[in-house]
Design a protein around this ligand. Sequence first.
Ligand code: G
Ligand code: G
Ligand code: MN
Ligand code: NA
Length: 254
Amino acid sequence: LEMENKLRKALDNQELLLHYQPQVDMASGAIIGMEALLRWQHPVMGLVSPGKFIPLAEETGLILPIGKWVLQEACRQAVLWQQAGYPAWTMAVNISAKQFWQADLVDTIGQALEESGFDSGLLELEITESAIMQDAEKAIDTMLRIRERGIKLAIDDFGTGYSSLSCLRRFPLSKLKIDRSFTNDILDGEDRGAIAEGIMALARTLKLDVIAEGIEKAEQMEFLLAKGCTEGQGFHLGRPMPAEGLADYYLQKV
Ligand code: G
Ligand code: G
Ligand code: MN
Ligand code: NA
């Protein structure tokens, strides 16, 4: 309960911040997008891991005001980068199940886009399989309203939930994000990347983009590229960083 009260104040006290992790075209090394990742910097507890406070935020409903702030802040930052002369990268924002099922979700997103002036075609929402499988018909309806605005939809941690393949075909998706456990399997697992490869084949069949998460080693990247996965994200390609860290990262790439 004490933690809950602290989290309740975090937004007003400006203790929440976003880090950004690059999404990279592995063949050229070019940045194609950024994923906004929430962080909580508490004055006494220090940096609280999202694994700890996001579940709490979901349970208490605090994820709703927090999620709204994340959307606004991520769009605002994306526009700042464009104004500074960086290329037009996509901005990926994680949407929790609770947020996804709010009746005003599409309005909240629209508001963040309007206030920031960010191009809706560059916004990508990351949702999980379990969120949309709660009620597939209703999810499709919401997703269509999101897609009508030109906003992209990615399935996060793909392969860890259970979505029926027939449903998957009916969801108006843009992209699958191969969960990092399968990227890890490329070097360390018994199946040697078979699941990552299977997801790539599925994405190809469904005409979806695909990005591999959790790339930590060059060998994983080489395997993925050889199998036709062009987009990647992970510590090997770039760690999540505060917005101010971008210039250094970018200069070092080009
Ligand atoms: O990047 P990191 O390891 O800190 O993220 C931990 C978890 O928190 C991941 O599952 C990620 O999807 C989730 N997460 C990070 N930022 C957000 C956010 O803004 N909203 C929601 N709902 N989840 C987030
Ligand atoms: O669930 P989601 O994919 O949104 O979670 C993103 C999380 O993954 C963040 O916490 C981020 O810090 C973490 N992450 C990003 N790249 C890597 C990586 O290469 N290895 C590991 N272990 N975690 C990563
Ligand atoms: Mn994500
Ligand atoms: Na993920």
